[in-house]
Design a protein around this ligand. Structure first.
Ligand SMILES: Cc1cc2nc3c(=O)[nH]c(=O)nc-3n(C[C@H](O)[C@H](O)[C@H](O)COP(=O)(O)OP(=O)(O)OC[C@H]3O[C@@H](n4cnc5c(N)ncnc54)[C@H](O)[C@@H]3O)c2cc1C
Length: 324
């Protein structure tokens, strides 16, 4: 038996979450006295494939199939399930990203597996198999016992450190059968963003809410993000009002993020917002209202007007960077 990891790539480059996931898989493999097999779908250069060995994979399976050219959750999960069966994988791991979440649930059904979505820690034991995940929008933890023979987990991004664990690596091509019924819906055209830091991958996020009054005031937020090498994101009303693009909306109905540092500027801290961001390592709230709920969740808080605090911060950050 092996631990199988589905490795997501973005235009042939592996994401940071892939290396976190491999590190996590490597630690589980040590506990189970087995090896990690990584599966990648599509064209990825050999040098990039070799990086998977640096973080714990012993074998890399490459699946190139014209029918898998477009990302379709049904066909991809069918392919991953077939590979899992061939490899006799008892633990199948995904990142808890948008596509990882869609694939993990479908793959669990196809493998008749026990499924724990959004885990944050290593299993506390393998027999019985018990693993911890967040519950109630991040207000509680739940320990899940998975009783099925095969276990499928999705790992919350940025919840596990990247660990170098270099292995001798074997890279092999593999094949699966994709049926027409797995291809009943396909994207007609995809417009990809280029050159922009993905909010689910960024180490630092500068997020702003309705307290900013209008889209014309985002210049100082973008300036702060640029100085910090961060990505920008926002609360839901800001996206609903069209002040910022919907892909920046974080929270229960938006993206779930877990950066090392999250700035919440003019965001009240509603439970639905916190549900998507409270996996952040450190949170800083800037708000005029000392009673704003965000201050209860934040590690640091500044009670003040964003229109005064943010420009002053930008100036101080630039001076700090220049002095380094
Ligand atoms: C089913 C459901 C799902 C939802 N999903 C999400 C979600 O995924 N993500 C999400 O964000 N919301 C979501 N919401 C909405 C959520 O309940 C809140 O309404 C929303 O998060 C509030 O956004 P906000 O904090 O930007 O705005 P507001 O609640 O209007 O807060 C603005 C804040 O800015 C502060 N402020 C005002 N002026 C300044 C200033 N000059 N400087 C500094 N601070 C200032 C105010 O004190 C206030 O705290 C959802 C709601 C429902 C019902």
């Amino acid at each position: 038996m092996s631990v199988l990891v589905y490795t997501e790539n973005w235009d042939g480059k592996f994401k940071k979450s892939t290396y976190e996931l491999l590190s996590y898989a490597g630690e589980i493999a040590k506990m189970a006295n087995t090896e990690v097999t990584a599966l990648t779908i599509g064209e990825v250069a050999e040098d990039e494939l070799k990086t998977l060995g640096t973080y714990g994979a012993s074998k890399v399976l490459v699946l190139k199939d014209e029918k898998l050219k477009d990302f379709i959750a049904k066909s991809y999960s069918s392919a991953i399930s077939q590979v899992a069966k061939k490899e006799d994988a008892k633990i199948v791991l995904f990142a808890n990203s948008v596509s990882g979440r869609a694939l993990a649930a479908r793959t669990a059904v196809q493998l008749d597996a026990g499924f724990a979505p959004g885990v944050m820690q290593l299993p506390s034991s393998l027999e019985p198999f018990v693993v911890r995940k967040k519950a109630y929008s991040g207000k509680a933890f739940a320990d899940y016992e998975l009783m099925a023979d095969v276990k499928v987990l999705s790992l919350t991004q940025n919840s596990f450190e990247i660990i170098e664990n270099a292995k001798e690596i074997v890279i092999e091509e593999t094949g699966v059968e994709i049926h027409d019924e797995d291809l009943r819906a396909k994207p007609k055209n995809v417009e990809k963003q280029t050159g922009k830091l993905l909010i689910t991958e960024a180490e630092i996020l500068v997020s702003a809410g309705r307290g900013l009054k209008g889209p014309e005031n985002w210049g100082m937020i973008e300036e702060m993000a640029e100085t910090l090498g961060a990505a920008t994101c926002c609360s839901r009303p800001v996206a609903d009002l069209g002040w910022r693009p919907h892909e920046e909306h974080v929270g229960q109905t938006g993206k779930v993020v877990a950066p090392n540092l999250y700035f919440a500027i003019g965001i009240s801290g509603a439970i639905q917002h916190l549900a998507g961001v409270n996996g952040s390592k450190v949170m800083v709230a800037i708000n005029t209202d000392p009673e704003a709920p965000f201050f209860e969740a934040a590690d640091y808080g500044i009670v003040g007007d964003a229109f005064k605090v943010v420009p002053a911060l930008n100036e101080a950050l630039k001076k700090f960077k220049a002095g380094q």
